[in-house]
Design a protein around this ligand. Sequence first.
Ligand code: ACO
Ligand code: ZN
Length: 223
Amino acid sequence: KKTKDQLIIDAGQKHFGATVCKSCGMIYTASNPEDEMQHVQHHHRFLEGIKYVGWKKERVVAEFWDGKIVLVLPHDPSFAIKKVEDVQELVDNELGFQQVVPKCPNKIKTFLFISDEKRVVGCLIAEPIKQAFRVLSEPTGPESPSSTECPRAWQCSDVPEPAVCGISRIWVFRLKRRKRIARRLVDTLRNCFMFGCFLSADEIAFSDPTPDGKLFATKYCNT
Ligand code: ACO
Ligand code: ZN
């Protein structure tokens, strides 16, 4: 069954015209021509970016009822690298991250979660690291600086701890969140990062987590 590019209107916000596109997930105001234009542009670029046609000899590292995880390594054929670059661009755009140049580009591992509809709906980019700084639990209480003012300024310990693997990006397509896709990506990473061993949760670190990223990481590391 093929879903058409249909727009659904959020009942609660109907009167303000806020619309969520059922295919690309963008929230915009349908009554605003400028917004609508932006949506059309985003819509095509996004769906083209996450389209996955697949390739011979793709490295499937996990399979599930609703999709599979493919690992892409730096020396893979150029079309595989191109797909990773396209997805990373969409992700960086959404996160508002500057493109960071990795220290060891030839050691980057990228995991793509491919849905049954042949779309890249999840992406995890990992690299080897030697140390990380633990995020300290947020200070609570009325006097403490609120995390809403500066959501990325988590307090970090200044004592480095040994770590093995850094997650520089983790992202799941907006319309596929809370289906344990991120969890399955991290599980697969722990299994595949170093040959022959399963990394403990302590050995992985999330770099510069967003509020979503922090909520996920906290939950993931405690279970
Ligand atoms: N709020 C509260 N708890 C959350 C959230 C959230 N937004 N997201 C995940 N969790 C917790 C939940 O406990 C969840 O389990 P539950 O659904 O059974 O309650 C558990 O984490 C596992 O969640 P998943 O379903 O595996 O996570 P998901 O596939 O939805 O992906 C992610 C989480 C990647 C953070 C997603 O929300 C996302 O892509 N956000 C936008 C991009 C982003 O901010 N990425 C992190 C950047 S930081 C970095 O890249 C290092
Ligand atoms: Zn759309």
